[in-house]
Write a protein that binds this ligand. Sequence first.
Ligand code: C5P
Length: 222
Amino acid sequence: TKKLQVAIDGPASAGKSTVAKLIAKQFGYVYCDTGAMYRSITLKVIQEGIKLDDEPKIVSILDNTTIGFEPGQPQQLVFLDHQDVTNQIRSEQVTNSVSTVAALPGVRKNLVDQQRKIASHGGVIMDGRDIGTTVLPNANLKIFLVASVSERAERRFKDNAEKGIHTPLKELAAEIETRDYKDSHRKVSPLIKASDAIEINTTQMSIQDVVTEISKLMKNKL
Ligand code: C5P
């Protein structure tokens, strides 16, 4: 059977990774979380005390950096230089620093090359900001997931509560808006809907509704 390349893009906390994971499982596809890759590099930059916008220095460490994924429950595990960083890359510090590092062209070039390799055999659900526009412009299906800022802040608030993090809702909404602004206004491959992407507004939809809709769209391409 045909093995599709599916691109899922959209702003922060729109539910991309949650639905991407479920769809990958349903179809037996690989799930590639490109945000986790930018987060891992950002964590290393912070750990090594490098300035977030020191492009030459950051690019120089990329050749000696490995990022890997391994299946895990309830979530896929992320490894940075063979260390499990699954939880660390979700910290507030990394979350609020990642857009600066992700705006550096040298960083994007390195990660985009890796992402294309991962997707080269198809059978992949890849989520991020520039998958449909830059990483996989020929993807079989492109989805652009959106939701209102208040809904996204509430979803993050709930996720955080489960992890024992209690950042106020207002602060979360402000962080989401700041990150969206930075991601949409950078020079290299900003967050933008590909002209051939299908937009799904998930504000009033359940996770299962979104998964069902995307599965249907995929089955039409098989
Ligand atoms: O998807 P997630 O929220 O984990 O992504 C974290 C950050 O990584 C984004 O805010 C963005 O700055 C960057 N990113 C990106 N391009 C991608 C995926 C993520 O620039 N394809």
